[in-house]
Design a protein around this ligand. Sequence first.
Ligand code: GLN
Ligand code: ZN
Length: 763
Amino acid sequence: MTVVHNLGFPRIGARRELKFALENYWKGDSSRAALQALGAQLRRRHWENQAGLDLVPVGDFAFYDQVLDMSFTLGNLPERVRGFHGDALDNYFRVARGRSAASAEAHAACCGGIAAGEMTKWFDTNYHYIVPEFSADTEFKLDASRLIGQLAEANAQGVNAKPVIIGPLTYLCLGKTKDGSDKLALLPRLLPVYAELMEALADQGAEWVQVDEPILVTELDAAWRGGFTTAYHQLKTARVKLLLATYFGPLQQNRDLVGGLPVAGVHVDAVNGREDVAPLLAQLSDRQVLSLGVVNGRNIWKTDLAAVLAWLEPLAQQLGQRLWIAPSCSLLHVPVDLDAEQKLDAEIKSWLAFALQKLDELKVLATALRAGRDAVREEIAANQAALASRRSSPRVNNPAVRAAVAQIDARLGRRQSAYAERAARQSALLKLPSYPTTTIGSFPQTNEIRRARSEFKAGRLDADGYAAAMKAEIERSVREQEALGLDVLVHGEAERNDMVEYFGEQLEGYVFSKQGWVQSYGSRCVKPPILFGDIRRPKAMTVEWITYAQSLTDRPMKGMLTGPVTLLNWSFVRDDQPRSASCRQLALAIREEVLDLERAGVRVIQIDEAALREGLPLRKSQWKSYLDWAVESFRISANGVRDETQIHTHMCYSEFNDIIAAIAGMDADVITIETSRSDMELLDAFDHFNYPNEIGPGVYDIHSPNIPTQDHIVQLMKKAAERIPARRLWVNPDCGLKTRQWAEVIPALSNMVSAARALRQAA
Ligand code: GLN
Ligand code: ZN
């Protein structure tokens, strides 16, 4: 009989309980014992939530991050936190955050303030993990206490526990060597610790252990593939059965490798990699389990249960208890409970499934496979009715939008003239000095702004009162910028809570949940908008604010928009059409806004694409096709304007080497990027490519409260001018200033403006 299980459950809590408990603890407002108790309570609740599954994940709970947990399990702590004082949990937070808790004060001189571990994105998700650190002489030493403790809790609760760990190859691959040594060379030292861990789990009664190896959905070279063979042959003697779990995509060229590993079972992502299943099955022995991830763990849509069953039924016949079913990946990446959404539109809600609903779907599938579809006739009928309503809903399908997308041709994405000609016209119109100064868009989100917004949302402030409060903030920003002497001004984005939500709320085709939080890192959560239908812009979204801001000054005011690729990549998106199709619809909506701004007399328009890079597929072989449609979408949104209108874009990251051709293909007149921390070296990529348009390399890090000096900025810009001709350089911060205080912003920008003046004089 088919076995039903789960790979991981969201740990933050349906009401973000873990977030608040962590933050209270860090502030010193609650005790460690209280935090530990809350953790235990969440684990207990989440195991109860998963009752009815044959196997439930244990060890997926983490106080900060599952990769950091694994580093502690393997005894791989960065040198700088060894020999710490105090509690292990505090040391764990010290690695995560660079400090532990309020009590760190007591340790300020010894171990209180240290560099936090580097954080980076977990594959192609928006979850961030703490990067393991290695060097040639890294030693590992097992500390199984966390896993053993949680396993004991689960056993006491009567849970059919399946411990979950990150596999040795993925663990090594995700880390960084600080001394340039070869990470893979550590494998022989690492494997005995894994073997010991398996023994410890067996002693605690575990029958199965889920070993996550998601790097198997990426391109691996021969050495890493060889590492898999070595590792799993060495671990096969363990007394536990290993379920090798892969997810986030198809196995493709690693399929034969996986099929040949001596593990008791393999989990594959059958949402994205269904084509692997038949050939993989042919390779597995008749004792190996095949776990199929048939419910999408990455989005919030209901599964088509009838379609999945039609595919699974023959497999269940063939495999019997060797067939397991599960979500495609851990449910960490979706919100917990759709039932918490009281205000969500009922029709749209009927199309959705969050973590708990996804587990229900699995149970229905399992029952159907075990007892026949009749046993769950009503559930399947309701599911099919919901899907039918989604397919035919006029809110999903807008023929006018489809017609407009069908008419997209290359012309839409082309400017009238090439950059050089445009630049001449823009400069005649804008009359900017050399080294023009600007900012990235947002100014501090002050308490007054936040208060006005929450009063407005609560209905205690009317629309006019709210607009007046926002206009007052815009005016303040404009006055400050004029006083500072900036050249191209911004309105400051006071009216925007978030750069995606602000636009999503005004576009047809988007809805917002109230509790749909997903962990981003540590205690940070995001609530991705839900892009459910064809995108239409009923009316202008920003024109009123920008024209108001422009009316206050003679200097050019930059219109500020979020680009189509970023709107897409930071949302839950439709699964009934390719991402590229949704992106083109967004591009047309933004294009109309750009043209409205231009008609209203706005001469400079910035279209942010902060999330372009993070949409890159896991396999390099698929980068080109993504970049093609992403760049095309940007160009459609931006390039309908006249030559005189200057298009800016902004990207806040510092890796361009491998995508520079695509960036140049966007053909923005000006791109502002993050560079201050890389000492302008990142401009080498632009230099080598002979990047033809203008660049504003960020001259100071807005994440830090430090005020950059004029001299430091001048030095940075001189380095920039060694790589990019000075006439194509702008001077600006790395990113928007919304998280800073005015008291920090004013001196920093004042130094930035005087640096630009000094550079002009020296030229
Ligand atoms: N215009 C946005 C701001 O200034 C850009 C934010 C971002 O790039 N993440 O806040
Ligand atoms: Zn940015």
